[in-house]
Design a protein around this ligand. Structure first.
Ligand SMILES: *[C@@H]1O[C@H](CO)[C@@H](O)[C@H](O)[C@H]1NC(C)=O
Ligand SMILES: *[C@@H]1O[C@H](CO)[C@@H](O)[C@H](O)[C@H]1NC(C)=O
Ligand SMILES: *[C@@H]1O[C@H](CO)[C@@H](O)[C@H](O)[C@H]1NC(C)=O
Ligand SMILES: *[C@@H]1O[C@H](CO)[C@@H](O)[C@H](O)[C@H]1NC(C)=O
Ligand SMILES: *[C@@H]1O[C@H](CO)[C@@H](O)[C@H](O)[C@H]1NC(C)=O
Ligand SMILES: *[C@@H]1O[C@H](CO)[C@@H](O)[C@H](O)[C@H]1NC(C)=O
Length: 338
């Protein structure tokens, strides 16, 4: 079973690399015009600075030491998924909702991020603006800041990276029986996500990308917990991703335009974690589940050597590797057809 899995992964990785090379040479011959606005919803995996700059969390040193050299509200040492996706789609980085009134007005044309670290589709342990609330903020801007034609070449990145589940696990930690029976909760989370995705599309965003859950049992916080938690988490990730896939198929049937795309973080993260040099251009990270930033606040010698920055979030180098592997599929799915 294990052998089969690694064999498949190897074949998968080789295929991926082949794809990347082809995409690069194509793009040089036919540079694409690109989508022009990125809207971002979700949690800390995509938040580029909406949380309160109060010197804690992503606003505390040493967050941001690699880029921009001081805390920027990103939950990492530097650039995160939103930066890499925008770069890939050749869209300038959108402004944050929090800074929209201070920002140079011309920057509003690149879109906006409503994502807020700690949130879920439901209210979480942190009780931050859930995704419905974020979508409501977006809706309020339609008709004044953004017209329907402004959205004609827009794309949304929607991150549901696991805060709903962390909240659920924390709330039921002392009751393993409840933990084992939480498939119903997963189904609720995915159904709510489906409603949110449909709403974003109904509001006029043309392409909507939603990452699958990553193999969460590798994240330092979970890798360091009990075996039972790890087994449950593995199960939950697979169940969530299966349901998400079904929801996205259903949503695409409703509109006939393949408006919805899953970004396959699950397989991509695994490919990066298991890379021992067979994916050229992708670093081989040692000790995946040991973060660069220790619990004691000490930063590792070289943030580039670690996949995870803290107990939950990838480093800039980690995100960079993920987006290198994803490059071909993302441009194929999200760029307008020539
Ligand atoms: C999201 O937050 C709003 C405002 O706090 C709340 O009324 C609503 O019930 C929440 N939605 C979900 C799906 O949890
Ligand atoms: C989620 O939606 C599906 C399909 O509509 C439905 O069968 C399922 O019962 C829903 N799950 C929950 C927990 O309500
Ligand atoms: C794992 O747990 C131990 C003991 O609770 C702690 O000292 C260590 O810092 C943790 N490591 C990570 C990566 O969270
Ligand atoms: C999608 O296609 C089906 C069959 O071709 C058609 O009946 C339906 O009206 C279309 N829906 C939309 C939203 O275009
Ligand atoms: C890329 O797309 C191909 C073809 O649809 C698919 O087989 C592969 O799993 C995708 N890879 C990633 C990382 O999404
Ligand atoms: C990985 O972590 C283990 C245990 O902390 C340590 O002994 C080992 O040296 C680390 N490997 C590398 C390559 O850093």
């Amino acid at each position: 079973m294990k052998l089969l899995a690694s064999l498949l992964l190897f074949i998968f990785s080789s295929l991926l690399f082949g794809g990347v090379v082809v995409a690069e040479s194509l793009n040089q011959k036919h540079p694409f015009s690109g989508r022009n606005k990125l809207f971002v919803f979700g949690d800390s995996y995509v938040d580029i600075g909406n949380t309160k700059p109060d010197g804690t969390g992503a606003w505390a040193v040493p967050y941001g030491i690699t880029y921009p050299g001081k805390p920027s509200g990103r939950f990492s040492d530097g650039h995160i998924s939103t930066d890499f996706l925008a770069q890939l789609l050749r869209i300038k980085l959108p402004v944050t909702y929090a800074k929209k009134d201070d920002a140079d007005k011309t920057r509003l044309q690149y879109g906006m991020s409503f994502a807020y670290g700690g949130t879920g589709v439901f209210d979480t342990y942190a009780n931050y603006p859930n995704m419905t609330a974020q979508i409501n903020l977006f809706e309020q801007l339609l008709g004044n800041v953004y017209s329907p034609s402004d959205l004609s070449s827009s794309v949304a990145l929607v991150s549901v990276a696991g805060n709903d589940y962390i909240t659920f696990i924390l709330a039921n930690l002392k009751d393993p029986a409840k933990l084992l029976g939480f498939k119903t909760f997963i189904s609720q989370v995915v159904n709510q996500t489906e409603l949110n995705l449909r709403k974003i599309h109904t509001l006029g965003v043309k392409k909507i990308a939603i990452p699958s859950l990553t193999p969460l049992w590798y994240i330092p916080k979970i890798a360091n917990s009990s075996l039972i938690i790890k087994v449950i988490v593995q199960d939950l990730v697979e169940f969530h991703n299966g349901l998400l896939q079904k929801s996205v198929v259903k949503l695409n049937k409703e509109n006939n335009h393949s408006a919805f795309t899953i970004i396959d973080y699950y397989n991509t993260f695994l490919a990066v974690f298991n890379n021992k040099g067979e994916i050229p251009g992708i670093p081989t990270f040692q000790n995946i589940s040991i973060p660069c930033l220790g619990d004691d606040g000490k930063v590792c010698d070289d943030p580039k050597s670690a996949f995870f920055w803290d107990g939950i979030h990838p480093t800039q180098e980690g995100w960079k590797a993920v987006y290198k592997v994803l490059r071909h599929n993302i441009t194929a799915a999200l760029m307008p057809k020539a």
